[in-house]
Design a protein around this ligand. Structure first.
Ligand code: ZN
Length: 273
């Protein structure tokens, strides 16, 4: 059965809370005004929690992480394309050089044939056969050059595509960064305002009550709740008449807690007492 008990301070070794006789707990007291401050404090704490959650869940943060991943992939892709382009360039140059060598050898052979320097039938035949074989070799090498050129073209196009996407990703990331930073700035400003208001409010609450409130808040998320029409607004449970009677009997400066959720219950004109 929900019962309402007088709040007690946390078992802290603070000598201010230690009463004679060795007991280290004592009822916590605060003026009704100071207790109302706890509700304002709870509102501010809820706002601070909302702001913190908003900061952590900004969509731009997740989007930027995706952009970073894509940018790294694109960087790797461009490095690979550049390496491939370098390899193909060297391959093409080498093949072109080979073509040149074969060509000049053919030219030399033909000059010998045309110059009539070779008369022996056997030597003539050998020379002609060599020219035929060199021509085949030249055709093969030219094929290699052509193939390297085609592959270079394809790699060039791929690289250009990657570079275009890289520029687009960088532009989107810059836009997202600006949006994120603006949101963070706004959150920071609201947080600073709420924090300043909280500090000012907390100064009006007795230290032991504040410590109790903060301890409950650390455990439950919300440290204090209003008693509204006989119901705890922290756990939304209605109090029994006997508990309400106990609260009615409690001195106004006695800090009472909800037996169900252990939150500080703050009495107001709307409490239905
Ligand atoms: Zn409650």
């Amino acid at each position: 059965m929900p019962a309402v008990t007088a709040a007690v301070a946390p078992p802290t070794p603070d000598p201010a809370t230690v009463v004679s006789g060795g007991a280290n707990v004592r009822p916590v007291k605060a003026s009704p005004e100071a207790q109302l401050r706890l509700l304002e404090l709870a509102d501010l704490d809820a706002e601070l929690t909302r702001l913190d959650h908003r900061r952590r869940s900004l969509p731009e943060v997740a989007q930027l992480a995706q952009m970073d991943t894509r940018a790294a992939e694109l960087r790797d892709g461009i490095v690979m394309a550049d390496t491939e382009l370098g390899d193909l360039g060297r391959e093409q140059t080498r093949a072109e050089h080979d073509v040149e060598q074969v060509r000049s050898r053919i030219d030399r052979d033909r000059a010998r044939l045309d110059g009539g320097q070779v008369s022996a039938a056997r030597e003539l035949e050998n020379l002609q056969s060599e020219v035929q074989s060199l021509l085949r070799r030249q055709a093969d090498l030219e094929e290699i050059v052509l193939d390297a050129m085609e592959r270079r073209e394809a790699a060039d196009a791929r690289r250009a595509e990657l570079a275009t996407e890289q520029a687009s990703v960088a532009e989107q990331a810059a836009g997202l960064t600006a949006k994120r930073d603006a949101a963070l700035k706004e959150i920071g400003e609201q947080e600073a305002k709420a924090q300043a208001a909280r500090t000012a409010l907390a100064a009006d609450v007795p230290a032991d009550v504040l410590a109790l409130y903060d301890r409950i808040r650390a455990q439950q998320g919300v440290g204090a709740a209003m008693l509204r029409r006989g119901r705890c607004e922290g756990c939304h449970l209605s109090l029994h008449t006997v508990d309400l009677n106990q609260i009615r009997a409690a001195a106004p400066d006695e800090v009472v807690r909800c037996e169900e959720c252990r939150r500080i219950l703050v009495r107001t004109a709307e409490s239905g007492l």
